[in-house]
Design a protein around this ligand. Structure first.
Ligand SMILES: Cc1ncc(COP(=O)(O)O)c(C=O)c1O
Length: 385
């Protein structure tokens, strides 16, 4: 089918909740995608930090093929080995408690919200300005962005947004607070790093008042910042993390991972999801986690992230670069959406604009030095217009 035919089908049959770019992809391998005419693109967005291991990583593909040919679904009324092994692997690679599986980042945050409210028998949830936690009602209520929330009022009550600053976080928490939920590095808002002081203040306030500290690692996790989880570089350990995106190696899975203190709050009947932790996605995630929790790969992310950040600084129209590992953003002195569009359509480089002057880059963790040089050349072409 041609792109024009797909666009006609979209107009007649698809609810218009996405503004798609006029490109149809038919194949992916490593850092590259190909459109239906055979044109190659460099993917420095990874489906918004999902294909962190590159497209169609052979070991993930093999795990999916093998499991799909054996058993695809049973529901959580029964045991399957991939889910139990994945839970153990996730817990032992992070907070040491227990895991609840779901199907997306928003659902992982829903689970976190339910868990912290049950732990506190109610209570407020403190979030920070600029946060993005997803589009379902609980997650949306935790996402203090007027444009995203306003059309869908009334929202879930009991959410309060404060500045991501130490004093504001310390002052926001009291004995009625169920949790502080935040991203260590805000992704959707344009790669904004919370300071270690702010994270420490949130930790101290939660400890003082018996509230839970939850880090949304949906975008920052799975190696994106150069450690398996972003919190490892902050010196602050949360009571729970949420994960999704790259966790499934390209397939949809989400997870809430707790530390010891919160691991037995949810009990049979409290929460659930038909597909959650199904054997195919769990087998994919187990393989993705094995491949990502690898010091050589994580060192590569830190090293190539440093190279990419330094080289981006030298490009025309780039005012500043921020981020950690391979989660980077450039502030431009020209309009970022136009640059991203030219990069895609004229240079065949995929990245995205998160604001009027902000470009976000989320290349594969496996990206090679030559691919980085090539991407920089293509981005320079797009910046020159
Ligand atoms: C930090 C963060 N949390 C939650 C979400 C929502 O994840 P999903 O789109 O899988 O529901 C996103 C998605 O971009 C995210 O970046």
């Amino acid at each position: 089918m041609s792109l024009a035919e797909l666009q006609a089908l979209e107009r007649s049959s698809v609810i218009a909740s996405y503004a798609r770019q006029p490109v149809e992809f038919v194949r992916g391998e490593g850092s590259h995608l190909w459109d239906e005419q055979g044109n190659e693109y460099l993917d420095f967005l990874c489906g918004i930090s999902v294909t962190n291991l590159g497209h169609c990583h052979p070991r993930v593909v093999a795990a999916v093929r093998e499991q799909a040919g054996r058993l695809m679904h049973t529901s959580n009324l029964f045991y399957t080995e991939p889910a139990m092994r994945l839970a153990e692997r996730l817990s032992s690679s992070s907070l040491g408690g227990k895991v609840f599986f779901c199907n997306s980042g928003a659902e992982a945050n829903e689970a976190a919200i339910k868990l912290v409210r049950k732990a506190r028998r109610g209570g407020d949830v403190v979030v920070v300005h600029g946060a993005f936690h997803g589009r379902t009602y609980g997650a949306l209520s935790a996402t203090p962005q007027e444009a995203k929330q306003a059309p869908f009022a009334p929202l879930v009550p009991g959410f309060r947004a404060v500045a991501p600053e130490p004093e504001a976080l310390a002052a926001a928490v009291d004995e009625h607070t169920a949790a502080v939920i935040l991203e260590v590095i805000q992704g959707e808002s344009g790669v904004h790093l919370l300071s270690d002081e702010a994270l420490r203040a949130a930790r101290a306030a939660c400890d003082e008042h018996g509230a839970a500290l939850v880090f949304d690692e949906v975008q920052t996790g799975m190696g994106r910042t150069g450690t398996l989880w972003a919190y490892e570089q902050t010196g602050v350990t949360p009571d729970a993390i949420t994960s999704a995106k790259a966790l499934g190696g390209g397939l949809p899975i989400g997870a809430l991972v707790t530390g010891e203190r919160l691991s037995d709050v949810l009990q049979p009947g409290d929460h659930g999801s038909t597909f959650a932790g199904g054997p195919v996605v769990a087998a994919a995630a187990l393989t993705a986690l094995d491949l990502t929790d690898d010091e050589a790969l994580l060192a590569h992310v830190r090293e190539q992230g440093g190279v990419l950040a330094a080289e981006l600084e030298r490009l025309p129209h780039v005012v500043s670069v921020r981020g950690r590992g391979l989660m980077l953003a450039c502030e431009l002195d020209v309009q970022a959406p136009a640059v991203a569009r030219r990069a895609l359509l004229e240079q065949r480089l995929i990245l995205n604009a998160t604001g009027p002057t902000t470009l976000r880059l989320l290349p594969p963790l496996t990206v090679g030095a030559e691919e980085i040089s090539e991407a920089l050349a293509r981005l320079a072409g797009a910046l020159e217009g």
